[in-house]
Design a protein around this ligand. Structure first.
Ligand SMILES: NC(=O)c1ccc[n+]([C@@H]2O[C@H](COP(=O)([O-])OP(=O)(O)OC[C@H]3O[C@@H](n4cnc5c(N)ncnc54)[C@H](O)[C@@H]3O)[C@@H](O)[C@H]2O)c1
Length: 352
């Protein structure tokens, strides 16, 4: 089978995980890189052996001869770049979140459907081995129907700064940046029910806490602590058609004792804790059983999940298959995320 020629737009912090995983895939040739920052693009091209370097993605799509592209840029650029790619006949792996508004999400979906190209969203949590194991047990009926989920993604000083903290480029703070992962995984495991309503609160109490020392944290490639127009924490109750509900809290900054991600789902036959450590809770012979599935990594494993995500994308490109995280899922997730911001702003529940 012919090698898949890959391009990357945006070679900042997260692109390294894409590039490392592409480099491990024997069917891939890393062919072109593009970044507004030319020096960064050159460094990356040298490191990963890409033949072509661009600062304009439209030129790259027109000239470079790539089959597929990873888009790893600011959230507010996802729509224009993804639409240009599919219109140029290029398949897309688009980093989360899909985009920053529901209208924009619908425009991307329309362009993808019209083009017939593949667009996979980088909901990397779905691609973790433990998440797929839970999906398998869920589909076999181990937990019955999930009616309640709790998703929590708490960082104490986790505002990555720069564009992440600038709402006009990010679309929001912890809800759209890290909340998206845990909301998506719960929703996916719950069987993707249609969202009915959202009630939420956002808080702007602590700012980015860039004064805090002695602790490492994720940072944008162009870290800048002065921007700070996003919420520092939020909570939400999401109701679904059929009666199931999801409770979320997510923070960039909070006076919490530790950073912690918790993902729990409860069904009528059993419960599952995906994070921080995989475990099942069931009932047998009038006895509650807590079970710890024996897997290589007891919790989420970033490198494995990224490798799985990239390998899946390449398979979908080769076999012209719909990916595990298609654009339509991104639209429904954007409804929830934007509903959270709208509800918090208006101070009332949003009914869809
Ligand atoms: N899946 C995950 O776990 C995960 C983690 C972090 C970030 N992300 C997502 O990845 C994306 C990038 O995040 P990051 O942390 O790498 O940010 P970053 O700031 O480190 O890197 C972004 C890069 O994109 C470049 N860029 C921006 N607009 C561009 C354009 N129009 N053309 C070419 N280059 C452009 C910037 O110059 C920068 O080098 C975001 O959408 C973010 O939400 C996903």
């Amino acid at each position: 089978m012919a090698m898949i020629k890959i391009g990357i737009v945006g070679v900042g912090t997260i692109s390294e995980l894409h590039l490392n995983a592409y480099r491990n895939n024997p069917d891939v040739q890393i062919h072109a890189v593009c970044d507004l920052n030319e020096a960064r693009a050159k460094l990356t091209a040298d490191k990963y052996g890409a033949a072509k370097i661009y600062t304009n993605y439209r030129e790259m799509f027109a000239e470079a001869g790539i089959d597929a592209v990873s888009i790893c840029t600011w959230n507010n650029t996802h729509e224009e770049i993804a639409v240009a790619a599919v219109q140029a006949g290029i398949d897309v792996l688009l980093e989360k979140p899909l985009t920053t508004t529901v209208e924009s999400a619908l425009r991307i979906e329309e362009a993808v459907n019209r083009s017939g190209q593949i667009l996979q969203i980088g909901y990397v949590r779905r691609y973790d081995n433990n998440a797929q194991l839970v999906k398998q047990f869920t589909d076999l009926g181990e937990f019955g129907a999930f009616y309640y989920a709790r998703a929590s993604s708490i960082r104490r000083i986790g505002n990555p700064g720069g564009w992440f903290a600038d709402r006009s480029r990010s679309g929001g703070g912890p809800v759209i940046d890290i909340g998206v992962h845990v909301v998506d995984l719960c929703w996916y495991l719950m069987g993707r029910p249609k969202v009915k309503s959202v009630s939420a609160n956002t808080y702007y109490q602590l700012g980015n806490r860039s004064n805090v020392q002695h602790l490492a944290a994720y940072r944008a490639a162009d870290y800048d602590a002065t921007a700070s127009s996003v919420e520092d924490m939020a909570n939400a109750l999401i109701r679904f058609e059929g009666g199931a509900s999801l409770m979320l809290d997510a923070s960039f900054t909070l006076h919490a004792k530790e950073n912690k991600t918790t993902i729990q789902l409860y069904g009528d036959k059993g419960g599952v804790e995906v994070d921080p450590v995989l475990s099942f809770t069931t009932e047998k012979n009038n006895t509650i059983l807590n079970t710890t599935p024996q897997t290589t990594h007891p919790g989420f494993h970033l490198d494995t999940a990224f490798q799985n995500e990239i390998d899946h994308f390449i398979e979908c490109v080769q076999q012209r298959r719909e990916p595990l995280s298609p654009v339509s899922d991104g639209v429904e997730i954007m409804r929830m995320l934007c509903g959270i911001y709208e509800s918090a702003e208006l101070g009332k529940e949003i009914v869809f």
